[in-house]
Design a protein around this ligand. Structure first.
Ligand code: SF4
Length: 483
């Protein structure tokens, strides 16, 4: 992002009905201290408190008097801001988190060819060639891999909201508690599994994928992990499961006895997430493991040859430059996971990093070069992008991309971004989504995120699902197919 310390922008959105999206677009160009939005509806209150620096040159941009729909207004504002700031965001006017879903829908719902969609991304949404190419390549892999979900299936998510320590960028429901608390949580979770499983059997609906996430599910010791997986397999009809994944994540929780349990239950995917192979960085970001623990975790996992391993790494970590990031990437490739996910650091408000530096993600870093070259290096090693999403507050406004060796892509990850299947999410922080096929819409049914409140209110969580979640599958809903 160009540093405009001597300019201040007054941007009049003229009460445009798409004021929120226009405000999001402005954030791609300017820091909060560099501009004020007038008549922007959603942001106007916050923006009025911004003091205008005395020596600034004032730049005024106004939508007043222009009859523009949402996309036209975004295009116009994008061009104005490009001209005034000299900066052109690579994702063009797109501010949403799911660009691949949008491309897929242009083909599926509007009948465009891939070539036409590429043209639309570049000429209408102003993506640069690199990002349009990434979207189209990811979309092509997804369409080849997954096809549409079978009727009366869903994705099952089970959350374990505990981790050994808290990473400084963490914005999830991750708790560091004595093991007795983990066990107390497990009792409530087992009740939810049992109740939801029973309801799913009554409705004759089955999971297509099962995904244990968190937190760090392998915070559970082997006996409790065994108990949990057994409970899931008893409660649900597992006959349609195509993918069974446990996100291990923290290398310091990967032990032989846990992997034995996972293998016995037929788990086919785990993750071992280094984030960085630089010991100084690992310490800075609040992880208790070191790079040697990551190598050791791969050695422990090596006899379990049937398990697909995903490894997450992050571009834009504090005090990491381009060379350090590439060193991490190369070392991780050498360790041989079938999937590598390249995240761009996102600094959410609830993270410790945001407390330390609220404008972290605006600083000029080499993140663009990191993610650009990562894609090329991974392609040379046979990895293809298959799943991608964007987040707010990312270093340099880039994206998270998962790369996979052909045939090892995660169906759950693709489905969750594609949003054409019901997700049933159990545990604290789980957000279930009921998918109504004919109207192509989702309805969220969230659990509370605080694990202690979840335990107290477990009956209410179960009842909430009974009331709202299963409607697409009820015979009277008249909704069949990909619910
Ligand atoms: S491993 Fe993930 S969930 Fe756990 S503290 Fe770190 S970022 Fe949060």
């Amino acid at each position: 992002m160009k540093n405009n310390t001597t300019r201040f922008y007054k941007i009049d959105l003229a009460d445009h009905p798409s004021g929120y999206e226009l405000s999001e677009l402005i954030k791609e160009f300017l820091r909060p201290s560099e501009y004020q939005v007038l008549n922007g509806r959603s942001d106007s209150k916050k923006q009025k408190e911004i003091p205008v620096p005395e020596s600034s040159e004032m730049v005024e941009i106004s939508l007043a008097g222009k009859e523009l729909d949402r996309d036209q207004a975004k295009q116009w504002l994008f061009r104005e801001l490009c001209r005034e700031t000299g900066y052109r965001p690579e994702w063009g006017t797109l501010t949403g988190v799911r660009p691949v879903k949008m491309a897929n829908e242009l083909m599926d719902l509007k009948g465009h060819t891939p070539e036409e969609v590429r043209g639309i991304l570049q000429d209408y949404y102003y993506l640069n060639e690199e990002k349009a190419d990434l979207v189209m390549e990811t979309s092509a892999v997804q369409r080849f891999v997954t096809a549409q979900p079978a009727g009366r299936t869903f994705g099952l998510y089970i959350g374990i909201p505990f981790c050994p320590t808290r990473c400084i960028y963490c914005a999830f429901t991750s708790n560091q508690q004595p093991y007795a608390e983990v066990q107390r949580y497990l009792q409530a979770l087992l009740r939810e599994i049992d109740a939801v499983g029973k309801r799913c059997r009554e409705l004759e609906i089955r999971p297509e994928t099962v995904y244990f996430g968190g937190g760090t599910p392998t915070t559970l010791r082997a006996p409790e992990l065994d108990l949990l997986l057994s409970a899931v397999e008893t409660a649900f009809d597992m006959s349609s499961v195509r993918e069974y994944c446990v996100e291990a994540g923290r290398p310091d929780t990967i032990t032989r006895d846990r992997l034995e349990v996972l293998q016995r239950h037929g788990v086919g995917r785990i993750s071992i997430n280094p984030q960085s192979m630089n010991d100084g960085t690992l310490e800075r970001i609040g992880r208790t493991h070191r790079s040697e623990d990551i190598r050791k975790a791969f050695r422990i996992a090596s006899p379990y040859r049937d398990m697909i391993i995903n490894s997450d790494i992050i571009a834009g970590l504090p005090d990491e430059n381009y060379d350090m990031f590439l060193q991490t990437l190369r070392e991780v490739i050498d360790l041989g996971p079938q999937n590598i996910t390249v995240h761009t650091l996102a600094v959410k408000r609830s993270s410790r990093l945001h407390e330390m530096d609220a404008e972290y993600h605006y600083a000029e870093r080499e993140t663009g070069r990191m993610v650009y070259d990562a894609r090329r290096i991974l392609a040379r090693h046979g990895y293809r992008p298959y799943y991608m999403y964007r987040q707010k507050h990312m270093a340099g406004n880039f994206e998270n991309v998962s790369y996979a060796k052909p045939g090892t892509e995660s169906i759950y990850n693709i489905r969750i971004m594609d949003e054409h299947q019901t997700i049933i999410a159990l545990g604290a922080g789980g957000i279930s989504k009921a998918y109504y096929g004919p109207s192509n819409r989702l309805e969220r049914v969230p659990n509370v995120s605080n694990y202690s409140i979840y335990i107290e209110r477990i009956d209410e969580m179960i009842e909430r699902k009974n009331q709202k979640l299963y409607r697409p599958f009820a015979p009277e809903a008249g909704e069949t197919g990909n619910c």
